[in-house]
Ligand binder design. Structure first.
Ligand SMILES: Nc1ncnc2c1ncn2[C@@H]1O[C@H](COP(=O)(O)OP(=O)(O)OP(=O)(O)O)[C@@H](O)[C@H]1O
Ligand SMILES: [Mg+2]
Length: 471
């Protein structure tokens, strides 16, 4: 956070100062929503959530050294900037700070797409960090709260700001782009995440394309040419278009892609007039597309292709529960990809699973949420595809996931033996503990709301098997 007086905070956020005299006290620390993470000099934002009212923690925030709080009502525990809507106020504050930072030379890069935003943000953040101070926090801060908080964690020393932008509806990305207008915009893919809310893939494309519509003329739209809906967004931007992909026509492309014995990709990064070898540290072939998108954005930001290739090769996994590969002491490998799931990311994870060394490939899959009317058919199709991909055992977890087991059985996996449905996590764990043998590789994946990362952690913790992490 840059240094701001309370008067400036009130002005930028559109609030009214209560307490704090004439507002000359200065916020020097982080902006935070959690009173437990308030540091001296910080600004505490009191949200009224479903279970917790941030206003109950104003005293705690003051005690921890917060200079002030953003609130919806005056309180005497500490100086307050009182606003009607704290989410909107946070966005306004971030927009004001962002504008100042851009004047000072900050480059902002935005990333959207149905799958791989966080993975790509983590790669790009590490690549740009090789060239200068970069803000790109781990995790998935891609909404009206997380994005402004990320912006507010930048300061005058920051050269690059990498923002993840998510959408659950039309207009969401445009709103995020108004808070922090990017100069470089990356669109990864248009899949079926949140299809239920958007109605159709074209609706998703319309929403994701708001990113490139917001770009300035001297900006760059980095588009994945392997996805026709993304390539189609070229017509919606004033910015220069840079294409990335596996196909021969992309400006930034990968040739000679191969996977090593731990399912990490190697390829040659080809840009006009140059090529450089890349060996990724992150797991799964889907990371090639993410790495190309990150490479394109870093090139657009002015890095050399040689530096980009070296930095993307050095980048490590940063955010939790995305293809985390751990081997237990008994020789069972657990792949925790339980952060989230949709049809495309399920297939990407299954492909990565088949690429890992082991004797049996086991997919423990929960349901994919928010697919709308086609949900049952999608789950069955996934089960069939898992069987076709050569998964030896499919375990579908929870009532919403039963279609996965049905699909796998329909595609030839013996029901009850090679294709099993269990009611919940506990039953899955019990079954797996009787079943797992040294050499097995187990993928655990489902939509966020099903919490299967707990199952993955249980499988690793059980019998105190904290093996050497191979990821
Ligand atoms: N380019 C890709 N194509 C398909 N699947 C991918 C791709 N990149 C990542 N995935 C899969 O999607 C999962 C989620 O990845 P990630 O968290 O990077 O996506 P996200 O777009 O940030 O998701 P969210 O919308 O939940 O924030 C990964 O664990 C992996 O299984
Ligand atoms: Mg994310």
């Amino acid at each position: 956070m840059i240094r701001l007086s309370l008067a400036e905070v009130a002005e930028l956020a559109g609030g009214k100062l209560h307490g704090g005299g004439n507002g000359t006290a200065v916020v020097t620390g982080a902006v935070t929503l959690d009173s437990r993470t308030v540091a001296a000099g910080g600004l505490f934002v009191a949200f009224v959530g479903e279970r917790v009212d941030g206003h109950d923690f104003l005293g705690a925030a003051a005690g921890a050294g917060a200079v002030a709080a953003l609130t919806t009502r005056p309180d005497d525990a500490l100086p307050c900037v009182v606003v009607a809507d704290p989410v909107e106020a946070l966005g306004r504050l971030a927009a004001g700070v962002h504008a100042r930072l851009v004047e000072g030379g900050l480059t902002t890069l935005g990333i959207t797409g149905s799958s791989g935003k966080t993975s790509t943000k983590d790669l790009l953040g590490q690549v740009l960090a090789a060239a200068g101070p970069t803000v790109s926090p781990p995790g998935s801060f891609n909404n009206d709260i997380g994005l402004p908080l990320t912006v507010l964690s930048a300061d005058e020393t920051t050269r690059s700001l990498v923002l993840e932008m998510g959408a659950r509806g039309i207009g969401h990305i445009a709103r995020l782009c108004r808070v922090a207008p990017p100069r470089i915009g990356v669109v990864l893919n248009v899949g079926s995440a949140h299809l239920g809310e958007f109605g159709s893939p074209d609706g998703i494309a319309r929403a994701k394309g708001e990113l490139v519509e917001s770009l300035p003329e001297d900006g760059t739209a980095v588009l994945n040419a392997d996805d026709p809906r993304v390539l189609g967004m070229a017509a919606r931007t004033r910015a220069r278009v840079m294409t990335t992909g596996r196909g021969p026509d992309a400006e930034v492309r990968a040739t000679g892609v191969s996977l090593d014995e731990t399912a990490r990709a190697r390829f040659t990064l080809v840009v006009p007039g140059e090529q450089h070898p890349v060996a990724l540290q992150v797991v799964g072939e889907h990371q090639v597309a993410n790495a190309l998108s990150a490479a394109g954005a870093a090139l657009a930001a002015g890095m050399s292709a040689a530096d980009v290739a070296a930095a993307v090769s050095a980048a490590v996994p940063r955010s939790r529960w995305r293809m985390e590969v751990d081997r237990r002491a008994d020789g069972v490998t657990v792949v925790n990809d339980a952060y989230n799931a949709n049809p495309e990311s399920m297939r990407a994870a299954l492909a990565a699973l088949t690429g890992l060394p082991g004797t049996r490939r086991i997919a423990v899959l929960g349901a994919m949420a928010e697919l709308g009317a086609g949900a049952t058919a999608e789950h069955e199709r996934l089960g069939r595809d898992a069987a076709a991909a050569g998964i030896d055992l499919v375990v579908a977890v929870g009532a919403d996931a039963v279609g996965i087991a049905d699909g796998a059985s329909a595609a030839g996996r013996r029901a009850g033996e090679e294709s099993v449905h269990v009611p919940d996590r506990a039953a899955a764990r019990e079954l797996l503990e009787t079943l797992l043998r040294p050499g097995d590789v187990v993928l655990v994946k489902a939509s966020r709301s099903y919490g299967l990362e707990v199952l993955a952690a249980d499988l690793l913790d059980e019998r105190a098997h904290h093996g050497e992490g191979v990821a």
